[in-house]
Design a protein around this ligand. Structure first.
Ligand SMILES: NC(=O)c1ccc[n+]([C@@H]2O[C@H](COP(=O)([O-])OP(=O)(O)OC[C@H]3O[C@@H](n4cnc5c(N)ncnc54)[C@H](OP(=O)(O)O)[C@@H]3O)[C@@H](O)[C@H]2O)c1
Length: 276
């Protein structure tokens, strides 16, 4: 099992669980050249998802233990309720050489450390689906036995998939509400934006394409120019113009309050699931 030198990326990366999130991260890492496809090993009980890993040029197995025996950095991406069983299964082959990463929503570092042998280096990452296009928004938080070197190594690796910021664990459930679930909230807004145009007579495909590009362009301006959204919104306003008429309707519909409540509800649900 090869370990990585300081600051460099590990030669081999393992995935236990090969579903949507594992694939999104693997694709991001491979596209960015952080790891070669043939150096990725993924495990899952069936070939349902593993076939997509094989199509990427990755190695696959049905043995979770084999992933731990071959890779020093392993990302656990099973459904949260399965993770305790999976960690119990691999625990006999876990050593202090491993860097283990869980992306499972709602499983705390404390629980992860309790389920693994003493002194295991374990980190928690909250990703989101845009990792697949290298535009993810991730936060990571480290366990008690993780030093700066391992945290930097993981951050450096995951930055291939988008933004990756280390935060206190208390922010992780909020990130799930803001960004994990946020992808669905933004899709709902994009769909509604397009449907407004369809109602006014624009063909559907064109309307959806323009709506998505509007989101992308606005997001880029917010990021690159570092502006507060309120500033950019004001820049678009002309007195008695089209935008203020539209914004008035959005305020009447309670878009802002509904969005805040959606993030609050998703965060509370993430906290509730963490307690189960
Ligand atoms: N999707 C998101 O947007 C998102 C966002 C943030 C966090 N997450 C977290 O990411 C994790 C994975 O979510 P997902 O959406 O990728 O789930 P998913 O698509 O259902 O994938 C789950 C994977 O786990 C595999 N699996 C099931 N039992 C296993 C076992 N005993 N050992 C090894 N692998 C096993 C499944 O195998 P098969 O291929 O054989 O079915 C599948 O490949 C979850 O914990 C979730 O909380 C997801």
């Amino acid at each position: 099992m090869a370990t990585a030198a300081a600051g460099s990326c590990p030669r081999r990366v393992g995935f236990v669980g090969a579903g949507r999130m594992a694939e999104a991260i693997a694709r991001g890492l491979i596209r960015a050249g952080k790891v070669e496809a043939k150096q990725v090993l993924a495990s899952a009980p069936t070939d349902r998802n593993l076939c997509r890993f094989r199509a990427l040029g990755c190695q696959t197995t049905h043995s979770n233990q084999e992933v731990l025996q071959t890779c020093s950095l392993v990302i656990f991406a099973t459904k949260p309720q399965l993770l305790p069983v999976v960690l119990g299964e691999v625990a006999p082959v876990v050593s202090t050489e491993h860097i283990l990463v869980s992306v499972a929503a709602g499983i705390s570092l404390r629980t992860l450390e309790e389920l693994l042998p003493p002194n295991t280096r374990v980190l928690r990452v909250s990703p989101n689906l845009p990792c697949v296009v290298q535009e993810g928004a991730m936060v990571m938080t480290r366990g008690r036995h993780v030093g700066n070197h391992e945290a930097e190594l993981l951050q450096n690796l995951l930055e291939a998939c988008g933004l990756c910021i280390e935060v206190p664990e208390a922010y992780v459930d909020i990130h799930t509400g803001l960004s994990g679930s946020g992808v669905a909230f933004v899709c709902t807004f994009s769909e509604a934006l397009a449907e407004g145009a369809i109602k006014m007579g624009m063909p559907s495909a064109l309307a959806h394409r323009i709506a998505a590009q509007t989101l992308l362009g606005t997001a880029k301006m917010l990021q690159q120019e570092g502006q507060h959204p309120a500033q950019l919104r004001t820049d678009v306003l002309t007195p008695a113009g089209t935008t203020i008429y539209g914004l008035h309707v959005l305020e009447q519909g309670g878009l802002r309050a509904a969005t805040m409540s959606a993030v609050e509800a998703a965060t509370c649900r993430a906290k509730e699931l963490s307690r189960k």
